[in-house]
Design a protein around this ligand. Structure first.
Ligand code: FES
Length: 500
């Protein structure tokens, strides 16, 4: 049995559930869920010979009588995300109950009363002689070698243990964008969405950014807790996403050619521009599900788990950034400055192919974010804006996982489509769907964490010419007829006061 060190034990005391992503040297991904039980729920099994928990080697007070279990993150029945499974004591065992159809799986053996079973993995807590720190070790999956930990992520604040004090929160999350309050309900009264595809299209059609964030949170919660009828991507009546997600008129007025917003140095302008990118990123996460789900009925639930997580992350990023903007520059709320829609231009260019979409949006645009974020963080740091530094650090860590998802599903697709080579196929997609050089300097370390080794992106140039680009954009003009209006307007006077 091979084991992988995953974390100091005390780092797992913040939450009771963690999602782990592992990758083998062969490029296979594996997602696990780690349940840490409190004393109340499982002290009976502590020390049991059949438990997959190994007690800490020396007494450390708080650490006693805690148990850790690991199992596959997706249910073997129809693939539900087990991160919101209920933990129940059942006769002489403790089980995780799947949120979709309530099959229960023994945390130690993985067996269910239904006859199905899931894989569980041994977990050990041992003192590392190198530094005398208690560390958690996990049995690695079979069918691959040199597994490494790509991500260890707490499953949301619902499972925080103990709940964080307000002072631990680095930045306040405030989804309310001034001037964008909406009287529309989060769940529409008529034709309320029943499937994930219904929610995806509703959110794409929601112009109000605050409502978009609220609906994203609500839909992801419903999906994770099994409260939707289905994903709905295999239904012949799955709704179609809009070609361009609508934006409110004030926002459209400010949409300009990307060249007009380049080179601005002001920090408030940076926050505004970053928030704009995050708003498009929320739409991109929903669009990849709604546009390509029905075209690829073989996409498993894990695909939707990854992209709903991405939608939720992007909505959190948008809230973080608009909150920072409101706090530091009240005179320039979100929507008051020029923005661009380049991301949606790339979405339009890649709307014909999931492979192209994953390559261009998630492995070129998002990977570029990994290159430039450290510089942005440094600028906020130099300005003494610690809260924006914290926000950007959260965003950057999440973005590494988004590029990981892009890489995971791109390689999955390559395997499905005749086992083609992911590196060559990616380079080919970029040559056909990108214009100009894939720019460095590259953040090699974080790209590599996400699965993007240099052979993917080094010395790579997109060969799409301007005529072809315009054709594939199909007349995309978010700001049609409104550009002049903005350019004739008064200059925005931006004040920025860093709060330290
Ligand atoms: S019981 Fe888990 S997906 Fe059905």
């Amino acid at each position: 049995m091979n084991f992988l060190q995953i974390s100091p034990f005390k780092h797992l005391l913040t939450h009771s559930r963690f999602l782990l992503t592992l990758r083998s040297e062969q490029g296979k991904y594996h997602n696990l869920i780690l349940f840490r039980l409190s004393e109340a729920l499982g002290s009976r099994e502590a020390g049991s010979a059949s438990s997959n928990f190994v007690a800490p080697q020396k007494s450390t007070g708080l650490l006693e009588n805690r148990q850790i279990y690991a199992m596959n993150a997706t249910c073997p029945h129809l693939g539900a995300d087990m991160s919101h499974a209920e933990i129940e004591e059942f006769e002489d065992t403790t089980v995780a109950v799947c949120p979709w159809h309530r099959y229960d799986f023994d945390l130690r053996t993985g067996k269910s009363e239904t006859g199905l079973s899931t894989c569980t993995y041994a977990v050990e807590v041992k003192t590392d002689p190198a530094d005398d720190v208690e560390k958690v070790y996990l049995e690695t999956p079979s069918g691959g070698s040199n597994w490494r930990l790509i991500e260890l992520r707490p499953v949301s604040e619902e499972f925080a243990d103990p709940p964080p004090a307000a002072s631990h929160t680095p930045v306040q999350i405030n989804p309310v964008v001034p001037g964008s309050d909406s009287t529309e309900p989060v769940v529409p009264i008529e034709n309320s969405p029943k499937t994930l595809m219904h929610w995806a299209v509703l959110i794409l059609n929601t112009a109000n950014p605050t409502l978009k964030v609220m609906r994203t949170r609500h839909a992801v919660q419903l999906f994770r807790t099994g409260k939707l009828d289905s994903i709905g991507h295999r239904s012949s009546s799955a709704p179609r996403p809009p070609e361009i997600p609508p934006r409110e008129e004030g926002f459209l007025k400010n949409t300009v050619n990307p060249g007009k917003v380049k080179g601005r140095k002001n920090l408030a302008v940076m926050l505004h521009a970053l928030a704009n990118v995050e708003q498009w990123a929320i739409d991109l996460a929903w669009d990849i599900m709604a546009r390509f789900g029905p075209l690829h009925p073989d996409l498993p639930p894990a695909f939707f788990s990854d992209f709903t997580k991405m939608a939720l992350d992007e909505s959190k990023h948008f809230s973080l950034l608009t909150s920072r903007l409101s706090a530091t520059s009240p005179a320039t709320p979100y929507g008051s400055m020029p923005v661009h829609a380049s991301l949606w231009e790339s979405a339009t260019i890649t709307s014909h192919s999931l492979r192209s979409r994953l390559a261009i949006i998630h492995l070129v645009h998002e990977a570029r974010g990994l290159d430039v974020n450290p510089g942005t963080i440094e600028r906020f740091r130099r300005a003494g804006d610690k809260a924006s530094v914290s926000a950007m650090e959260i965003i950057h860590a999440d973005e590494v996982t988004h590029v990981t998802s892009g890489h995971r599903w791109f390689t999955w697709l390559c395997e499905k489509q005749g086992n083609v080579d992911p590196v060559e196929t990616f380079r080919d997609e970029v040559r056909r769907g990108w214009r100009g050089n894939v720019k460095g300097p590259f953040n090699i370390e974080d790209r590599e964490k996400a699965g993007l080794t240099p052979e993917f992106y080094e010395h790579l140039t997109g060969e799409m010419d301007e005529g072809e680009m315009e054709e594939r954009k199909g007349g995309f003009k978010l700001d049609a007829g409104l550009r002049e209006l903005k350019l004739e307007g008064p200059e925005v006077n931006v004040e920025y006061e860093a709060k330290v």
